[in-house]
Design a protein. Structure first.
Length: 224
């Protein structure tokens, strides 16, 4: 492994590790010292700085040093990205994990839309995004970064359950009992019209954006 890939691995490890630490074991002591607003400011600054490190380390690493999986890999990636975006779009409405006013009422309500699939639609959306990029076997830099983001999403979802149990108590436990950590893929059609509409729009637009930003046609634009 060359120096650029070692740096990229360290950058991804620092980003993921800092997120876990600041979101969980270090959160209380940091809030105690900095206050709620100060904690949010420091958390954001550290996250932005480390994400910038990931970006610059990524761009410095070899761009296409693996054999790739050809059209089969692109087909798998395309199939994975659509449900990822549907889950992400649906997660923005009625999500008790976002910590918005009324979160406890949301957690006690009957699950609707993407929450009938999983209680962590945003995290699983990111995990599917990561898997779609790993399926391409395009480059080591992509494999390293996608794997790190997948770990952040899925372990983060598990840790989020533990944190919400402490913060929301019975309300979150009710939500856990009425939802599933693991996606119920056979219920994907129940994500709702809004989630599917926004997800499809994002799918078409972001797939197109992949060409000017990444220099590689992706999604449906790979074949059209």
């Amino acid at each position: 492994m060359n120096g650029a890939l070692i740096e990229l691995t360290l950058a991804n490890g620092a980003f993921v590790g800092s997120h876990f630490l600041m979101s969980h074991s270090l959160r209380r002591p940091m809030v105690r010292v900095l206050g709620d607003i100060g904690f949010q400011v420091v958390y954001s600054l550290i996250s932005i700085a480390l994400l910038a490190w990931v970006y610059f380390a990524f761009t410095a690493a070899p761009p296409s040093d693996l054999a790739g999986t050809g059209d089969l890999g692109w087909a798998i990636a395309t199939v994975l990205i659509l449900p990822a975006l549907v889950l992400f779009a649906g997660s923005m409405v009625g999500n008790p994990a976002l910590g918005l006013p009324g979160s406890e009422s949301m957690a006690r309500a009957e699950p609707k839309g993407v929450f009938r699939i999983t209680r962590h639609p945003m995290m699983w959306g990111f995990a599917l995004w990561a898997l779609s990029h790993m399926a391409l076997l395009w480059s080591w830099r992509t494999m390293i970064t996608a794997f790190a983001m997948g770990v952040l999403a899925l372990i983060g979802a598990h840790l989020q359950d533990r944190k919400k149990e402490r913060l929301m108590g019975e309300a979150w436990m009710t939500w856990e009992n009425s939802t599933s950590f693991w996606p119920r893929w056979t219920s994907l059609h129940n994500a709702g019209a809004l989630a599917w509409t926004v997800g499809l729009i994002l799918f078409v637009f972001l797939s197109w954006l992949h060409m000017p930003l990444g220099g590689v046609p992706a999604g449906i634009w790979r074949w059209f």
